[in-house]
Design a protein. Structure first.
Length: 452
């Protein structure tokens, strides 16, 4: 298997540290508001990667954190501890509901930041003792000048120079700063703080992920995933502080997903979907328009995970139509399930191993569906094999039970057509449509489908 490594900026052969085991860490949600579909694209991509590794015979241990304390959460809760818990629990549940709607497998572990404060404190103490971190009047900071190869992941150069400290977690693009590991208590924090041996306060955002990933997967593990917006400063700082503590390479492969862009109107430039801009769409927004969330999963797979993807409602509706056609074909192939076609499975496997070539894999599905040289029952078996990665839920599909009354009307219409009673046939069709069903003529007769 080959995969693009952000650290080396090239496609590399995947060789896990301790095969066949593979450790994956994903930067999870900051649970102060609802995740939008741009966020969810990254989690779909990670799900595909995880499914592929399992498909290829690896044993995956997947960890995804929940950030339940940071600047935004404190601001949202106005420093009230009960309010903080209420907010984070609400949005954590909604996030997990979204994952379920998209058939994203739950990670084996989902640690929360607030449950791992002591691990963070221990790491910070270690960095202070080694001279990588220093104390000021408002917190404990990491000195990037002490870090070997700081900024390599982000391609930063000339990071040495005047020491500038930044307490919050927002950076100007490509502007390296000493960053807060621990923020001493401020009255704006209200009730949200911890009394520890390094002082009363709370952790910085970056140390949270370093603590949770290394606690669950060890000081050096295989894959770290996230969106490209996390490369700097978050992932850059994770590397610096983690390697300062352990003295070992933190992560072997860095896998980042591209942005989801959206146009507010046809004449506007496409912009990254972002809460700070306010141009977000949630999964609930799709359901309100009667769009199956799995249509969005389908849509994400038509673009390579590393490329930027432009969202439009037209494209999403097209994806829903394609997914429904796939469901229809699967059901039309009959009840029997044969054997997966070796040639197609082999071709599919090659695409998976080629840096997750999902657009080509989706195209292969339609090649299979239209291939008359493959028996229908074998098509079903092959599609089920593919669906171990796609996760469109083909194994849960049930052929729709059409009421006897509707079938009788359709048979009457078929007879009217054979007798060339076209007006009567049209009237029966309209009646069927009024009752909420679509009738489609085929070379073998007709098909019925609910449109309710």
């Amino acid at each position: 298997m080959k995969i693009f490594n952000t650290l080396s900026r090239k496609v590399e052969k995947f060789e896990p540290i301790n095969p066949p085991s593979v450790g994956i860490y994903t930067c999870g949600p900051t649970v102060y508001s609802r995740a939008h579909i741009g966020n969810l694209r990254t989690f779909v991509s990670t799900d595909i990667l995880k499914r592929i590794l399992n498909f290829l015979g690896y044993k995956v241990s997947h960890v995804m954190n929940i950030t339940d304390v940071d600047d935004k959460i404190i601001k949202e809760s106005k420093g009230e501890k009960n309010k903080q818990k209420e907010i984070t629990q609400k949005y954590e549940k909604l996030f997990f509901d979204d994952l379920k709607e998209l058939n994203i497998e739950m990670p084996e572990k989902t640690p929360r930041a607030t449950e791992n404060i002591q691990k963070m404190v221990d790491m910070i103490k270690n960095m202070v003792q080694k001279g990588y971190a220093y104390k000021t009047e408002d917190g404990i900071y990491f000195s990037i000048q002490k870090s070997k190869n700081y900024g390599e992941l982000a391609g930063l150069k000339n990071v040495s120079g005047t020491k500038i400290r930044i307490k919050n977690d927002k950076y100007e693009k490509d502007n390296p700063q000493d960053f807060a590991l621990w923020k001493f208590y401020d009255k704006e924090d209200g009730q949200i703080y911890w009394d520890t041996e390094i002082g009363k306060g709370r952790p910085g955002w970056h140390i949270e992920c370093s603590a949770m990933s290394t606690k669950c997967l060890g000081e050096s593990f295989d894959i770290h995933t996230g969106g490209t917006d996390l490369i700097f400063p978050h992932h850059t700082n994770e590397i610096a502080q983690s390697e300062a503590v352990s003295g070992e390479r933190f992560v072997k492969y860095w896998v980042h997903g591209g942005f989801l862009n959206i146009k507010e109107n046809p004449s506007a430039e496409a912009e990254k979907m972002s809460k700070s801009i306010g141009n977000v769409i949630t999964l609930d927004s799709l359901k309100e328009k009667n769009i199956n969330p799995l249509a969005y999963r389908y849509l994400t797979l038509t673009s390579h995970y590393r490329s930027e993807m432009n969202f439009s409602w037209e494209a999403l509706i097209g994806a829903q139509s394609a997914l429904e056609k796939l469901f229809d074909f699967y059901n039309e192939f009959g009840k029997n399930i044969g054997k997966a076609d070796k040639k197609y499975v082999s071709e599919f496997k090659k695409l998976l191993e080629d840096d997750l070539a999902m657009p080509e894999a989706v195209a292969l599905v339609w090649k299979l569906v239209k291939d008359d040289s493959v028996e229908n029952e074998d098509k079903k078996a092959t599609l089920l094999e593919f669906d171990k990665i796609f996760a469109f839920g083909l194994d849960k599909l049930k052929k729709e039970e059409i009421p006897q009354e509707i079938r009788k009307l359709a048979s009457e219409r078929e007879l009217a057509r054979k007798n060339k009673e076209w007006e009567k046939a049209d009237q029966i069709r309209k009646k069927i449509e009024i009752l909420g069903y679509e009738l489609k003529d085929t070379k073998n007769g007709f098909e019925l489908k609910s449109v309710k």
